[in-house]
Design a protein around this ligand. Structure first.
Ligand SMILES: [Zn+2]
Length: 399
């Protein structure tokens, strides 16, 4: 029955004591002066945060762990420009690198856990070439780390859906194999069949009770048009709160941005973005003001698409704030929401957050304020999942 004392929590003025029983938070109260030693004398297990920040479990709303080379030999990424070229490069080389590789996926997942990630949505390639091997590999890793990190799979038609015969049937099989979300990919720009692509995705989600998360790199007026179509279909299929658009680069199209945000709020469509490279990032403040859920992800990490990434969700919150020129404490907290509360809602994780009755999922950060934790991405001192310490100082605790 541990208690964490002298913890600085988001949106709370005074250092707090978090009381944990049976994996849950049973009280959050002001830390009494000199409370630590007293409580220790009473035989309680006391973890003294000593004025450090304690955050809820961090959530990665968009990754591709099936593709990763993390922990393996260095593989140079190609110099190519388009999504289609990157997909083709991956198709040519993934088998020779042994992908999907259980060892690399595990290595990445362990790194994510040590940095405080408790929940993860990952888009797993499903196509006639790889079949369901990625789904199976990720499911096996998810089982291994069950109770430490919750991994949700998106059945992702990375190689196209309408243009890649056989993929739709495999997506259905992927749902039977445990995928709980249906993915999509640039219905117009990549698959060249926006209506057929989206109808297939929405029909499959509606008939299987799964959620939807569509990659949309298409920008400008094309991307804006597709996003309007997704909002309309979300309403028509009655899937409010179960549809996300990942990347959503078209949201940067100034003539339609305000109207689209209004539509997303009305239709219950969320946005997921990883603040990658020089690609557009949705407006943090405007999303919060309009009531549009914006969640953060990492996208691919050290794979055939690119060399970057470490899976650290605080770093991703920092990048989302940075790319929004969000310098104020208030904006840094909004950025933290993208990898905590907002991401929880996008993933449908109801059991999340630092509140009485909530899960004892805690991340202790070497920072004095929450804004500093986001801005400077300091080391994680401790990660607790359901009341059990699972990592200390960036390394998993054995057992
Ligand atoms: Zn992606």
């Amino acid at each position: 029955m541990p208690r964490v004392i002298n913890a600085v929590l988001p949106r709370r003025a005074e250092p707090a004591t978090i009381v944990v029983e049976d994996g849950r938070i049973t009280a959050i109260e002001e830390t009494s002066a000199g409370g630590g030693p007293t409580e220790a004398r009473e035989g309680l297990e006391v973890i003294d945060a000593a004025g450090r920040v304690v955050l809820p479990g961090l959530i990665n709303a968009h990754a591709h762990i099936d593709k990763t080379l993390y922990g393996g030999p260095w593989v140079s990424a190609p110099r190519v420009e388009t999504v289609a070229e990157r997909v083709a490069h991956e198709r040519r080389h993934r088998d020779s690198h042994g992908l999907p590789a259980h060892e690399y996926i595990s290595s990445l997942v362990e790194t994510m856990i040590a940095a405080g990630t408790t929940h993860l949505r990952t888009h797993t390639d499903v196509d006639p070439g790889v079949g369901l091997r990625g789904i199976a590999a990720v499911a096996e890793v998810a089982r291994h780390y069950e109770g430490v990190i919750d991994i949700q799979q998106v059945a992702f038609p990375q190689g196209g859906l309408i243009t890649n015969p056989g993929t739709l049937d495999l997506l259905r099989e992927a749902v039977d194999a445990g995928a709980s979300v249906i993915g999509g990919l640039d219905p117009a720009g990549f698959d060249d069949a926006p209506n057929a692509h989206l109808e297939a995705v929405f029909d499959l989600a509606a008939s299987t009770g799964t959620a939807i998360d569509i990659h949309l790199h298409d920008g400008g007026s094309l991307g804006a048009w597709e996003m309007g179509l997704i909002a309309r279909m979300t309403e028509e299929y009655g899937l409010a709160g179960r549809v996300a658009i990942s990347h959503a680069f078209g949201i940067a199209h100034p003539p339609t941005q305000a109207r689209l945000l209004e539509r997303f709020a009305e239709a219950g469509v969320a946005l997921v973005n990883a603040a990658v490279y020089d690609s557009p990032v949705p407006p943090l403040r405007a999303c919060a003001e309009q009531g549009v859920l914006l969640a953060g992800g990492t996208d691919g990490i050290n794979d055939l698409w690119g060399p970057f990434g470490d899976g650290d969700m605080l770093r991703r919150a920092m990048l989302i704030a940075y790319r929004n020129s969000g310098r104020s404490d208030e904006e840094l907290l909004l950025a933290l929401d993208t990898v905590t509360s907002n991401a929880a809602r996008v993933l449908g994780v109801e059991d999340h957050g630092l509140h009485v009755g909530g899960p004892a999922d805690l991340v202790m950060v070497e920072a004095r304020t929450v804004a500093q934790a986001v801005a400077q991405v300091p080391p994680r001192r401790l990660v607790m999942r359901a009341g059990t310490v699972v990592a200390r100082d960036g390394a998993l605790v054995a057992g």
